[in-house]
Design a protein around this ligand. Structure first.
Ligand SMILES: [Zn+2]
Length: 279
């Protein structure tokens, strides 16, 4: 699943490649990719003739600001397997192509999505994007925003009786933090994933906040180094897999203490940890 760093890498790539070029048309191959409330025909009619002024990210949502004649927003959520590819229109269609947006010079922004959970929205001008892309309304602050303070995190967590790992995956607490980075941030801050939020000590919150920002930044930086390949981003482990401290390293030695990395299920998700480095 693409996590925040992959989505951020895609956003940066889109900002380099797709801006200020007229959208000349499109083709929707899977109707339900276009999310309520607009029909496929309305969606295509509304975005035609616009250009993308800039791409933004909120959590794992990508938001393209559209310029006149039809301003408003184009929203994209990649979900499990969505990929946005910038291609020539004559490139053979992938089996899982869902939406094609055509630009000048025979170029195309192609949405490929094997599992079909990905979605696209058109948001009319003057309407709050949250009123159409309702998932945005539930999003918490972004880990890179100035509002993501120690106080904010402490306040959100002290109300939760869940294990810290489960709470970190809650998009209403931290936006865009997924399984890989939650495991890594807990390792770096020395907190066991099973620790109940109510049992967290105040002095543990600051290292946790710092670790969340660090692991995400490191991954974005790694995504940046292979930037020209962003079109091929599979969104599975990002570029972080090879550098992970604990994620997907069950049974391997801890890189810090040599203890065997363990794995448990929490809230249906695998959690990887070192029982010596994390308490
Ligand atoms: Zn260890």
């Amino acid at each position: 699943m693409p996590e925040l760093p992959e989505v951020e890498t895609v956003r940066r790539g889109l900002n380099q490649l797709t801006l200020s070029q007229e959208i000349t048309g499109g083709d929707v191959l899977l109707d339900r990719t276009i999310a309520y409330p607009f029909s496929v025909d309305e969606f295509l009619a509304k975005i035609k003739g616009s250009a993308i002024a800039s791409w933004h990210r909120r959590g794992k949502y990508l938001l393209a600001e559209l310029s006149p004649p039809s301003p408003g927003w184009l929203g994209v959520h990649l979900r499990m397997t969505g990929q946005l590819l910038w291609l020539q229109q004559n490139e053979p269609l992938h089996k899982h192509t869902r939406v094609r947006l055509f630009f000048g010079n025979q170029q195309e922004l192609r949405f490929v999505d094997q599992r079909t959970f990905g979605q696209m929205w058109w948001v009319p001008p003057g309407v709050p994007v949250e009123s159409i892309i309702t998932g945005l309304a539930k999003l918490a602050v972004d880990p890179f925003s100035p509002e993501f303070t120690v106080e904010y995190l402490a306040n959100k967590l002290q109300k939760s009786r869940r294990p810290i790992k489960t709470a970190l995956l809650d998009q209403s607490i931290v936006a865009g933090l997924g399984n890989i980075y939650a495991d890594e941030a807990l390792f770096k801050s020395g907190i066991l994933p099973t620790t109940l939020c109510t049992d967290l000590q105040k002095k543990q919150i600051e290292p946790l906040r710092t670790a969340i920002i660090q692991v995400l930044s490191a991954s974005i930086a790694a995504g940046g180094t292979t930037f020209s390949n962003f079109l091929n981003v599979k969104g599975v482990n990002g570029n972080y897999g090879g550098e992970a401290w604990v994620y997907n390293r069950t049974g391997e030695p801890c890189k810090v203490c040599g203890n065997v990395i363990g794995r448990i299920k929490l809230g249906g998700r695998s959690s990887h940890f070192c029982s010596q480095c994390q308490m």
